[in-house]
Write a protein that binds this ligand. Structure first.
Ligand code: ADP
Length: 158
């Protein structure tokens, strides 16, 4: 059984994230989306909100579950019995950090491999911070986030 973890902040989940979740869930038996509780970041959405939004937009995927974690990714992966980490690559600017992280994680946990899925071209520009910025100025975010969460994102800025 191949279990993978897909970690991130998901503040909030975007169509780019959802695309990576759908594609990687077809490659592995089980995918655990890990929502990071990162004390150095001050998220717009609470952990509960981020987890609930992810649960809602992935409810059609039977082999995907959503969990929160803090601390080291390798420890979370071991707890999930995962041998694979999934990350998305949008542009060359993502590459250097991702390479460094995946190498560090392999040194800490040699059985843990990272696979990278390249973004669907239509989401190459998309990030949670772009969504937050557009929503802040009342922009139309329907091309950026799943329809089910549009209102919740906009409500944050009322
Ligand atoms: P982090 O804070 O770890 O970067 P994010 O929630 O921003 O968390 O992203 C989680 C993962 O999803 C990262 O691997 C990131 O590269 C990937 N990702 C984010 N946006 C996109 C997108 N538009 N297309 C493909 N992958 C993406």
């Amino acid at each position: 059984m191949k279990t993978a973890v897909y970690p991130g902040s998901f503040d909030p989940v975007t169509l780019g994230h959802l695309d990576i979740i759908e594609r990687s869930s077809r490659i592995v038996d089980e995918l655990v989306v890990g929502v990071l509780n990162n004390s150095s970041k001050n998220p717009l959405f609470s952990m509960e909100e981020r987890v609930n939004m992810l649960k809602e937009v992935t409810s059609h995927l039977s082999n995907v579950r959503i969990e929160s974690f803090d601390g080291l990714l390798v420890d979370f992966a071991v707890r999930c019995h995962a041998n694979v980490v999934v990350r998305g690559l949008r542009a060359i600017t993502d590459f250097e950090y991702e390479l460094q992280m995946s190498q560090t994680n392999r040194i800490m946990c040699p059985k843990l491999d990272t696979i990278f899925l390249t973004t669907d071209l239509k989401y190459a520009y998309l990030s949670s911070s772009i969504v937050r910025e557009m929503a802040h100025y009342g922009g139309d975010i329907s091309a950026f986030v799943p329809a089910a969460i549009i209102e919740r994102v906009l409500e944050k800025f009322i």
